[in-house]
Design a protein around this ligand. Sequence first.
Ligand code: NAD
Ligand code: 89V
Length: 344
Amino acid sequence: MATLSGALIGCGFFAVNQMHGWRDIVGASIVAICDRDPERLKIVGDQFGIAKRYTDAAEMFASEKLDFVDIATTVVSHRPLVELATANRVPAICQKPFAPTLADAKAMVEACIEAGVPLMVHENFRWQSPIQAVRAVLDSGEIGTPFFGRISFRSAYDVFSGQPYLATGKRFIIEDLGIHVLDIARFLLGDVSTITTRTARINPAIAGEDVATMLMDHDSGATSVVDCSYATKLATEPFPETLIEIDGDAGTVRLAQGYRLTVTGKSGTAVSDVSPPLLPWASRPWHNIQESVVAIQKHWVECLAKGTEPATSGADNLKTFALVEAAYAGAASRQPVQIDALLK
Ligand code: NAD
Ligand code: 89V
């Protein structure tokens, strides 16, 4: 397979994981990096030995011959950077949250479809190996047809020290973390027709909500509860584990803290350890997320090689992003929100 030449835009906190990930992947390599902050450009350029460095993305597109671009900046720059990639006919990966608004996200998807440029959202949580293990149980038919799910992320981990911008936005947990958990709910139980949401802010030092509870109707007929909190002190801090309970008409699956998977179904009960591997460059407790970065990047390279649509394409991610918008609207109105109307 020929090696694809990629560039990374945004050399901040999370991009370091993406750079490590690209080094692990056969078939792609990062040939240029861009950050408007020269200090971050130097730190990441030196760490990963990248000589071609730009402070302006337009200049980079004009100077480099790229097979793809990996956009790892924060949300306000996503639309202009995806549009820049599209104008240069360069396939793009865009970090989550995809866009500041659903209207922006729709415009980005439209622009890429019109230009025939592949677009994937870096929605990596569904690529975590414990989540893939739950999906495999559902696919095996062991628990029958799911009728109930609870997808839960509750923690008191200090996310603000690594990502200080999370403390200042009017929107916090649904937009930043809930977006992953809502995507997992879609991945496991299918698309959603209605969402009902309640939120709270427990930590007085931040601007947005740090607790969200969402009740969803899935098109399959299943009901799910997605609950997220950064205000939950537990005996053993579970960050960044997503815990899962799914009940089917022939059994149940539970992903419990410590990556313990219990399946009770047609063949009895089986308990297994689905801990993610600790990659050589990874560090606990982030190794779960770090491994999923490599998995989603591999998927992107395979999709580009085969000409297939990524599982978390821009078009797919609109359905997750619509849940975020609907959750905020429903939390404000205290009414259920229909998803179809938002996606028209
Ligand atoms: P950060 O602020 O640490 O880094 C962003 C970098 O982008 C900064 O260095 C900034 O100078 C640069 N930048 C911003 N606009 C730019 C532009 N127009 N051109 C060039 N450079 C630009 O942020 P972060 O914590 O690394 O988060 C980045 C994104 O990754 C966010 O969207 C965040 O939600 C997401 N994120 C995802 C995960 C995940 O698991 N998928 C985890 C953490 C963060
Ligand atoms: O994945 C993320 O987007 C991160 C974190 C897991 C800390 O919420 O912001």
